[in-house]
Design a protein around this ligand. Structure first.
Ligand SMILES: Cc1cc2nc3c(=O)[nH]c(=O)nc-3n(C[C@H](O)[C@H](O)[C@H](O)COP(=O)(O)OP(=O)(O)OC[C@H]3O[C@@H](n4cnc5c(N)ncnc54)[C@H](O)[C@@H]3O)c2cc1C
Length: 419
């Protein structure tokens, strides 16, 4: 219920980023309104988490709740090469057996609902089926915002700070024309949920599996979920996936023929529901904060689904921005400098994930052959897959990885191709 006309903080969107930020700002006693366009709980893609989300759950006080929901445990990541060779899985606990080195495959409806309730429990006013229609960013905050509820009723409110957590809608970045697309990461995805798909079984640990197709034009994700289904998605260049004619279902089925590992796993499986499509999801922004506004999660940029970093980065930026906003409101400082004070540390960590994404899409790269050449990097690769990019020396593997890719490129006498 929108009871007031003015708030200290408005958070747009109740994904992981928005709910985490709203919880942090509200718990410091600032009046906080969290608005979500859809009816909660709502469906969302992005089920495989990174273990470093552990610290976000601890900060939000929801570690035990997450454990109780019955999500599938994710113990590691396995890559299957284009020649159908299954690389040794990167098992998180092999390198560090603390509880923070295990995570989950989550049904996002349940997971995001828990975070939404957490924001409410920390004191935020939470309202779903409420859409942000207009945002009037003034020179000096408070800014004016028009909301529309499910009944069609419009409300004008003001907020000293707007946290844009609207995901791929990226409301403020679109309005202010801040978005920039990575030319080499123009990808699309087609995915669905399958009954009777093969699970690890026999006491084997469940992992997120990433399988290349035979010619490396595309890759599949394979994420076993707690409700018995497996989320299976196909990712490739936008034009390759969506502009060659045929329905998404045809394209998906054709690419399965190029991926024996997926064929084996889906041999008795049936699609539950329909196929989904997403495109043009990778971008960055020119500016992450301004006077009385800040962008978090996908609303401030998204790299690629390959390493399952999206939810982690949404939570991380939500918490970091939430703390900067709460502190700024307390001090009466809603400047870009204050609200964005976390961004350089954050961007420095994100840089390593982006670098590993680019390596993955380089034709000459395969985790299997890199690990054969540099077995000593097992822990460093696992650390990146865990999401440990904000501490230690996350860039260590690139000292060997960059020259190794360069050498492979030269010996093939081919130009490096970024797909
Ligand atoms: C194909 C694909 C696969 C992915 N797989 C993974 C994965 O396995 N693991 C992973 O961690 N990440 C994955 N991601 C990324 C992940 O989905 C996102 O990074 C994550 O959901 C971002 O969280 P967020 O809180 O920023 O935004 P979201 O979770 O997108 O939430 C934004 C919310 O804002 C609401 N909203 C939008 N506009 C308005 C409006 N006008 N008014 C009010 N509310 C509004 C939306 O309804 C939505 O609920 C994947 C992404 C893609 C595209």
């Amino acid at each position: 219920m929108i009871a007031n006309r003015s708030y200290d903080c408005l958070v747009i969107g109740a994904g992981p980023g928005g709910s985490a930020a709203a919880a942090i700002v509200a718990e410091q006693g600032h009046s906080t309104l969290l608005v979500e366009r859809d009816k909660m709980p709502r469906f969302h893609v992005g089920e495989s988490l990174m273990p470093e989300t552990y610290w976000m759950f601890e900060r939000l006080g929801i570690l035990s709740e997450i454990g109780r929901i019955g999500f599938t445990q994710k113990n590691g990541v396995q890559f299957v090469n284009s020649d159908d060779k299954e690389t040794k899985p990167f098992i998180f606990a092999d390198h560090d057996d603390r509880p923070c080195n295990q995570t989950w495959h989550v049904e996002r409806s349940k997971f995001d609902q828990l975070l939404y309730e957490t924001a409410f429990n920390r004191g935020a006013t939470c309202t779903d089926e409420t859409r942000v229609l207009e945002v009037d960013i003034r020179k000096k905050s408070p800014h004016k915002v028009t909301l529309q509820t499910a009944s069609g009723k419009q409300h004008d409110i003001t907020a000293k700070v707007i946290i844009d957590a609207s995901g791929q809608s990226a409301i403020l970045a679109n309005r202010m024309q801040l978005k920039e697309y990575y030319p080499d990461l123009r990808k699309a995805a087609i995915w669905g949920y399958f009954d009777n798909a093969v699970r690890a079984g026999g006491g084997n640990p469940e992992v997120t599996c990433i399988l290349h197709t035979e010619n490396k034009d595309a890759w599949f994700w394979y994420i076993p979920l707690g409700d018995g289904t497996v989320s299976v998605g196909l990712v490739a260049d936008n034009d390759f996936l969506l502009k060659r004619g045929g329905s998404p279902q045809n394209t998906f089925e054709n690419e399965i023929k190029n991926c024996p590992g997926i064929q084996r796993r889906l041999v008795d499986a049936t699609l539950a529901g329909k196929f989904n499509v997403a495109k043009e999801f990778s971008y960055t922004v020119k500016q992450q904060a301004g006077e009385g506004w800040v962008l978090i999660g996908d609303a401030g940029g998204f790299i690629d689904p390959i390493y399952s970093s999206g939810v982690f980065l949404a939570l991380k930026s939500g918490i970091m921005a939430g703390e900067a906003v709460a502190e700024g409101l307390h001090a009466g400082d809603t400047s870009a400098k204050q609200l964005g004070r976390w961004t350089s540390e954050y961007n420095e960590g994100v840089k390593w994930i982006r670098k590993l994404v680019r390596a993955f899409y380089t034709k000459e790269f395969s985790f299997g052959s890199f690990m054969k050449a540099f077995p000593e990097h097992g822990k460093n690769v696992t650390n990146l897959l865990i999401g440990r990019v904000f501490e230690g020396n996350p860039g260590k593997i690139f000292e060997d990885l960059d020259p190794w890719i360069e050498k492979a490129r030269k010996s093939d006498n081919m130009e490096m191709v970024s797909r």
